[in-house]
Design a binder for this molecule. Structure first.
Ligand SMILES: Nc1ncnc2c1ncn2[C@@H]1O[C@H](COP(=O)(O)OP(=O)(O)O)[C@@H](O)[C@H]1O
Ligand SMILES: [Mg+2]
Length: 228
């Protein structure tokens, strides 16, 4: 059984959708549509009765709700119906903050509580890059990220981890540890910028690794033809 991401034109490229209860990573540079991908995935599920949770480790979720409400994805209605939840998990202690015990394990506990309480089935974490900020000891960063992902696998949810990517030839731990990896690309062609999406790996799925045009429309992201 597969579930649809809800990204128009994308599910067709991966045999109709993603296998549920696995962990996927969407990596790309800033402004390439990662947050939109994640929120759209949750909104699609929520619209079909599946509760989804967006965990914001970067900017406050108020700002994300505001910008994502520009799309015709019924975000405010889905939130009101309790099918779409936004949660702010702190990844960095602010000055004067007495609580300096923020780490991937405390963030995980917060996520687990919310997942159980609201019977969450779709989960998005934005982003793995900021989760890393909560790791004090730089030497244990990869180990901590690996452990965080192993623990997410214990949950009965389909997870999309968003991660910032500057150099596509350098792989991060989450990209090794996940079941599926999707890249977003922004590149210049002449004087205009082209946005593309590419499936790097997708366990148990026949797919190609072509770059396809990624566009923004009123209802969010859509995937068009191959870029030649
Ligand atoms: N209707 C829209 N609402 C919000 N962003 C839009 C819209 N149409 C196009 N965009 C583009 O989407 C970009 C933000 O995408 P986002 O998903 O936040 O990217 P990322 O999370 O990778 O930084 C904006 O910089 C803007 O260029
Ligand atoms: Mg973002």
């Amino acid at each position: 059984m597969r579930i649809k991401t809800g990204i128009r034109g994308f599910d067709e490229t991966i045999q109709g959708g993603i296998v549920p209860n696995r962990i996927y990573v969407v990596s790309g540079p800033p402004g390439s549509g990662k947050t939109t991908f994640g929120v759209q995935f949750l909104a699609y599920g929520a619209g079909t009765g599946t509760p989804g949770l967006y965990v914001s480790l970067t900017r406050g979720s108020e700002a994300t709700i505001e910008s994502m409400s520009n799309y015709n994805l019924n975000i405010p209605i889905l939130i009101e119906r309790g099918k779409l939840l936004f949660m702010d998990a702190k990844s960095v202690a602010v000055y004067g903050d007495a609580d300096t015990t923020i780490n991937p394990s405390t963030i995980y506990s917060e996520i687990v509580n919310t997942v159980r309480k609201h019977a969450i089935k779709r989960l998005v974490i934005d982003s793995m890059s900021t989760l890393r900020f909560s790791i004090r000891d730089r030497r244990s960063e990869d180990e901590e990220v690996g452990r965080f992902i192993q623990n997410l696998k214990l949950l009965d949810v389909t997870t999309i981890l968003l991660s910032e990517m500057i150099d596509p030839s350098v792989y991060a731990t989450e990209q090794y540890a996940c079941d599926g990896l999707i890249f977003h690309h922004n590149f210049m062609r002449g004087r205009s910028m082209v946005r593309a999406i590419q499936v790097i790996k997708m366990c148990g799925t026949a797919h190609d690794c072509e770059m396809r045009k990624l566009g923004f429309a009123e209802d969010g992201l859509f995937v068009a033809g191959k870029i030649v």
